[in-house]
Write a protein of this length. Sequence first.
Length: 448
Amino acid sequence: MPDSLDRRSFLKTASAGLGASLVAPALASAAPAIRLQPGAAADRVRVAIMGVNSRGAQLTRAFLNTPGAAITAICDVDTRAAARAIELVSEAGGGRPRAIPDVRKVVESPDVDALVIAAPDHWHAPAAILALNAGKHVYVEKPCSHNPREGEVLVETQKRTGKVVQMGNQRRSWPNVQKAIALVHGGRIGRVYNARTWYANARTSIGLGKPAPVPQWLDFDLWQGPAPRRPFLDNVVHYEWHWRWHWGTGESANNGTHMFDLARWGLQVEHPTRVTSAGGRYHYKDDWEFPDTQIVTLEYPDRKMVSWESMSANGYKPQGNGVGVTFHGEQGSLMIDGDGYTIYDLKGTVVEEVKTDPGASTSQVGPAVRLDALHTANFLDGIRGKATLFTPIDGGHVSTMMAHLGNIAWKTGRTLTCDPATGRIQQDADAMKLWGREYEQGWAPKGI
């Protein structure tokens, strides 16, 4: 994170540019008109957005509300989603971006400076690597990779090309979260040794998929892209791919990455020395291949630990919150909930509380546009050389690795011993077989 002076300067600038109009729902169909933000022509960054059906729809709104952003291309293999996003941009007065379904053509366009990736997880690193090698900057949604090896190559490619890459763990840009982490780092609760994180959601069964014709509006071959080809099933597109190893990364990387990142940030740790995981698909019997109930623990040097608990099929909210992280220190605890936080003494008594901003509530696909736009503004200012990124990709990769290691520990049923310098699994050849993946012929990212 930048020092406190840089952060205050950034937040003051961002707040002045964003304004109250950014408090809006994520989905275009329910949103009021967008007020485009001003930006000098010299500061304009031309953006292409890949994947605009769900999370990408909200990112489209965020970039429309980010000073100096110009959305010049929409990349989606779902023609319906692409059309909706183009209309959203056009109706907001942002011009009419081109529809370019194939990301390989997007990164060749001279009208694109940066690629924003909100496609399914198996596309995140391959698309980012394509863009970097084509000279584009990248904003990639979490998790930044489908597997650890992709993340390593992504970081290597960013260093080689020198382009700006930010991961979409946007809590790093939220003012109250920054304040809370600064308190943890400043010793408010003493030496911090443990971070407990969780996520709860009453997701329903995805059933058993049946072969079906590919919808007319979907280019399924391009949707699969780098993944080896599988037949189309009626419970994959959209969203349920999250729960299949072939395309997704499970709840631990889907929502867990956000909490893993906060935990690592607060504890000021890098890679773990030991990882364990337990759980399973306990609630339903269906095509879901990851746990719906899972506990991951990661142990670090200097007597520190992170735990993450997933309750994907049960909406009970620990401590009254569906998602959160609690830091435990020698003099008390601090809980981050949404973008607010609460400090407790050692007896569990509340000693300070900062409420979540009611104008920055979250939706099913992410935070309100107002908070998202703080992160996208930081990304664009990083491209302009005016700010230090809150989430450079090397750090994003380390946080994503926490989820990958948890998944590998669960898949193998073994405790993983890791190199704290690299995160690589030690003396376990079977576990290391899960470090990468096979690719469709001709689609392997450069460097893999």
